[in-house]
Ligand binder design. Sequence first.
Ligand code: ASP
Ligand code: MG
Length: 416
Amino acid sequence: MPLVVHKYGGSSVADAEKIQGVARRIADVSQKGTGVVAVVSAMGDSTDELIELAHSVSQKPHPREMDLLLSTGEVVSCTLLTMALADLGLEAVSLTGSQAGIHTDTSHGRALIHSVDTARMLKELKEGRVVVVAGFQGINEDNDITTLGRGGSDTTAVALAVALGADRCEIYTDVDGIYTADPRIVPEARKLTEIDYDEMLELANYGAKMHPRSIELGAFYNVPIYVASSFNQTPGTLIHNIPNNANANEVQMENRIKATGIACTTNVAKITVRSVPDQPGVAAALFEPLAQSGISVDTIVQNTSEDRTTDISFTVSGTDLPAAIAKVEELSKELGAGDLISEGGLAAVSVVGSGMQHIPGYASRMFRVLADGNVNIDMITTSEIRISCIIREEQAQEAIRLLHRGFQLDEPDPVD
Ligand code: ASP
Ligand code: MG
């Protein structure tokens, strides 16, 4: 029997009617003889509400309790969806992450999946049931409930597709695919029919609303991920392995500089530590404790050394800024470094495209477009297929529109 894993995001199961709509979609697939495992996120903004609730009773909610609390959001949606499926005459069963056999490490709030014991899911599928799994959670070796990090249900879904050997993982959401830029900001943005894992991973890491770990898993196990709307039947975007250089050849033939998409992360903050002693081990002494406190650092720039000291600047999420400042203040004292400067209200705009591996001129094009738009660049980072610039957040939307036009993303693809 063919098997597919579906995932429905929070906005797709936000109320009773939407849950019934999702149930009808699953019923259509299941009644045609395909086995369905459906992973769901918590209803609407209920995870945010649970977080707020926790902070209203405790200044520093215990991570173990927080995970058990947050896991309940997905338990609500998965049981309700199962009831709606039963009303349509389908055999269905809801499973928490732990019941579905999802084993994780012990890091609460950002647990990694170690393994999936598929026995229970396979038994239910064999008996003809639709299996509805609570996303974003698992169980650790101490039998405690863990969560995978915000947006983690995508990763649950791809992990289950991998473990069950499903033909593909289908992610249903409130947008109907992956676009060249956020269509709410750039009305001319085009939907991509397909995209490579590598490019999608960059877009997800730099602003597209997908859990990057789900893309990494899909790429590693070569499981295609289809992203489409949960509200209509419009064809979506397939994330899969596109043979190497296909894009680059197209760009060369067209003799133009073309990217795949523009991504943007907002709420970025920057910290600069002045006069850090320029000696081995200093960067490790600064960044290891930050990582251990769960603060993720993105762009890092170290300046040339003068007088055997150097300035180190890096970005963190604006949400992590207060915690990062507290930690860095402590560390810079220990290291004998100088002052600390911090700045919030920044954004990272990124141009992503595998064509840039083979063709020069992408970076200069990006800087020219931003310069012509009077957008000041604060920091720059690149990967083989991405260039990111840190800019002021209030200029981000305009920068995205300019870059979309500057990289000819509004023009239809010759192969579409
Ligand atoms: N409900 C969780 C969140 O809002 C997980 C998810 O939606 O995937 O982050
Ligand atoms: Mg959510």
